[in-house]
Design a protein around this ligand. Structure first.
Ligand code: GCO
Ligand code: MN
Ligand code: MN
Length: 391
């Protein structure tokens, strides 16, 4: 293995305690690997060159732990992070495992369930801030239904809005510098989840009272499950200044949430995503964590989990190098060079009665333009050759 792709903290790679710690349980079978101690996970991630580790409250502190146990666990974990040089940039709440959340947390019809969800989230936020987190993720895995008649979808949306507005005020009241990142998913574990895509989330965010504190956490697998272009979803979030976090993994269209190793299923989409995040075509680089929300295959033992973690980071770095080479390729630059027409460009940028009149009177040869080949076949083949190592 060449050292060129060895990860360093500057790459900003992060993993969840629940990802590398996943013992391989699935709906059809029990765990195939031992559960790892969070402190051991952190030490190993430090050795591998990761930047950070992210967690749900209960990945670290078991549900229902006493305050004394909580403090002891958290202080041991903090020491392990400090000794390993590992940061905790993101934290989140487990609002899906306990039976109280079987019909949702913030969207549940029972106000006592909604109060419990708020209580647990405020405690999770305090924990995240104590560990140094700057981003707090909300993944509403149980915020959906199989029985549509049980609640009006508008009530569900209003309840999530109420919860987000409440929690933004809580963060402000505590003086925390914390941002929220909302993660969409079309289904699983619910038959249908409210806010199924990043686009749905982006609109919802604009309806919040402190919308500047709230952005999105798109996940490769979730947009792909919905059959959508992940690159387009991330592009829209970036353009809106709302990409606050990202969940990298890999997924086949139309399957259950597979959460495979980054790049495993669709290297071309992964290449295009890395190109977008790294800004190799000349746009600003996205500066957040490159978080892998993925799991090792169930065939693996603990050594296989670390192969998986190395693989995620290594693939990312290889694709970054390939994206840089692609965008530096003179033939690519020529093919995608911006078309400029100073006589026309100025008319398009904003409406005026004069611009409208001048556009109406342009003589545009639609047939000649329509007959022109764009050479995107050539461009895409060059991309494939970079990706396949033939160029
Ligand atoms: C999933 C989700 C989760 C969330 C995590 C953090 O489909 O299980 O992707 O892994 O990202 O709960 O909020
Ligand atoms: Mn996720
Ligand atoms: Mn997922």
């Amino acid at each position: 293995m060449s050292d060129l792709y060895a990860p360093t903290p500057e790459d900003r790679f992060t993993f969840g305690l629940w990802t590398v710690g996943n013992p391989g349980r699935d709906p059809f079978g029990a765990a195939v690997r031992p559960s790892l101690d969070p402190c051991d996970i952190v030490r190993k991630l430090g050795e591998l060159g990761a930047y950070g580790v992210n967690l749900h409250d209960n990945d670290l502190v078991p549900f229902g732990a006493s305050l004394a146990d909580r403090d002891r666990i958290v202080s041991g974990f903090r020491s392990a992070c400090e000794e390993s040089g590992i940061k905790v940039p993101m934290a989140t709440t487990n609002l899906f495992s306990h039976p109280i959340f079987k019909d949702g947390a913030f969207t549940a019809n029972d106000p006592e369930v909604r109060a419990f969800a708020l209580q647990k989230t405020m405690q999770g936020i305090d924990l995240g801030v104590e560990l140094g987190a700057e981003t707090y993720v909300f993944w509403g895995g149980r915020e959906g239904t199989e029985v549509e008649a049980c609640r009006d979808p508008r009530s569900a949306i209003q309840r999530i809005r109420e919860a987000m507005n409440f929690l933004c005020e809580y963060v402000r009241d505590q003086g925390y510098a914390l941002k929220f990142a909302l993660e969409a998913k079309p289904n699983e574990p619910r038959g249908d989840i409210y806010f199924p895509t990043t686009g749905h989330m982006l609109h919802f965010i604009e309806t919040l009272e402190n919308s500047e504190m709230v952005g999105v956490n798109p996940e490769v697998a979730h947009e792909t499950m919905a059959g959508l272009s992940f690159v387009h979803g991330v592009g829209q979030a970036m353009e809106a200044g709302k990409l606050f976090h990202i969940d990298l993994n890999s997924q086949k269209i139309g399957r259950y949430d597979q959460d495979f190793r980054f790049g495993a299923e669709d290297p071309k989409q992964a290449f295009l995503l890395v190109r977008l995040l790294e800004g190799t075509s000349g746009t600003p680089r996205w500066e957040g964590s490159r978080h892998f929300d993925a799991h090792a295959y169930r065939t693996e033992d603990v050594d296989g989990v670390w192969d998986f973690a190395r693989g995620c980071m290594r693939t990312y770095k290889i694709l970054k190098e390939k994206a840089q080479a692609f965008d530096a390729d003179p033939e690519v630059r020529e093919l995608i060079a911006d078309m400029k027409n100073p006589d026309i460009d100025g008319l398009l940028s904003s409406y005026s009665a004069d611009n409208a009149q001048r556009i109406k009177s342009l003589e545009i040869d639609a047939d000649a333009i329509g007959a022109r080949g764009l050479r995107w076949e050539r461009l895409d083949q060059i991309l494939m050759e970079h990706l396949l190592g033939a160029r």
